[in-house]
Design a protein around this ligand. Structure first.
Ligand SMILES: C[S@@+](CC[C@H](N)C(=O)[O-])C[C@H]1O[C@@H](n2cnc3c(N)ncnc32)[C@H](O)[C@@H]1O
Length: 309
């Protein structure tokens, strides 16, 4: 039994490189449009295997194509052939617990792959998605009292300049030390900002009933649902009475097996209604939920505004 990557294009070769760097060997590729051998980084050569060879070898397959329609077709084909499908998180075996394994992969991806994202994210077009005066994000953000505000999964702090003037104190939280360090340098002149590298699922260093608002943009879409539930319970704990929270999360609930690596645009398993349920069980009141398109995909994401009272 071995691992085969379905898709021998740019994405497939990138996945091979990632697996190789982590000591995970693959048997070869599958690709309905290619024949012959596939050359990967540092001259590593792999065969293209047919469905019968994959089945005969008892191999499992990681789908490594970017196009979601193609991805769906391949998924169905593999399931019809009773071939097991894996996701990248399954084979980067650093943790026993699946949620932890998946969380670590999201974090690690943001170190390895995100240089371009963080550079482009600062340009006006990307910033206007959130802060343009006609954007839904912005109009919901206006409903927060940002006196004492937490920004969860802050990245390199591109949102901070858009609200810091209105806040008395800002707490920036991220799972990555690299991002917290970046923000520390970026905002070193600003005394009202404090920094917290957390564990990826709670806010245990922050005091209870102390904040007027918490928000997160363009990050929670990737998180594991069970981590989101923890964050919601923590949000309930740290907010003052009447405090509000604004979450940008996934609305991708077509297949419960989906993860960050396999979901459309990295959207993990979550929906508008699941999120509402979790918020309710965490003791938070739903004020507003708005399903939105993302990157040309209809209704992929959702914005939820919550209140503690
Ligand atoms: C796509 S970036 C977005 C950053 C920022 N929100 C922005 O819009 O520029 C996602 C961020 O989530 C952080 N992150 C990933 N998993 C996390 C987790 N479980 N808890 C907190 N932060 C996390 C990453 O380190 C990264 O900074």
């Amino acid at each position: 039994m071995g691992i085969v990557l379905y898709g021998a294009g740019r994405r497939g070769k990138k996945v091979e490189d990632l697996l190789y760097a982590n000591g995970v060997k693959i048997e070869g590729f599958a690709d309905s449009k290619k024949t012959g051998d596939v050359e990967c980084a540092e001259g590593r050569i792999y065969p293209i295997l047919g469905m019968s060879e994959i089945q005969g070898g008892g191999h499992k397959v990681i789908i490594s194509v970017a196009d979601q329609v193609a991805n769906q077709e391949i998924t169905e084909k593999l399931r019809n052939h009773s071939i097991d499908i894996l996701v990248i998180e399954d084979v980067l075996n650093r943790a026993e617990d699946i949620v932890e394994k998946n969380r670590l992969y999201v974090a690690e991806y943001h170190i390895r792959e995100m240089e371009d994202y963080f550079t482009n994210a600062e340009n006006d077009d990307c910033i206007n998605i959130f802060w343009g005066k006609n954007s839904l994000f912005w109009s919901l953000f206006q409903k927060l009292n940002v006196d004492k505000v937490i920004e969860l999964a802050c990245g390199r702090g591109r949102h901070v300049p858009h609200y810091v003037e209105r806040a008395e104190s800002v707490t920036l939280v991220d799972i990555l030390e690299e991002n917290i360090e970046y923000c520390r340098k970026r905002f070193q002149e600003n005394r009202k900002i404090t920094y917290y590298k957390n564990n990826g699922y709670d806010l245990h260093d922050l005091p209870s009933e102390s904040y007027t608002a918490l928000f997160t943009y363009d990050a929670m879409v990737h998180f594991e649902m069970l981590d989101i539930f923890n964050y919601l319970k923590e949000t309930q704990r740290v907010l003052k009475d009447g405090g509000r929270a604004l979450f940008h999360h996934s609305n991708n609930s077509a297949d419960y097996r989906v993860t960050f690596s396999s979901g459309t645009a990295g959207r993990n398993y979550m929906s508008k209604d699941l999120f509402a349920y979790l918020a309710n069980r965490a003791g938070l009141k739903i004020l507003e939920q708005r399903v939105i398109d993302w990157g040309g995909v209809k209704e992929l994401d959702c914005l939820t505004l919550l209140e503690k009272n």
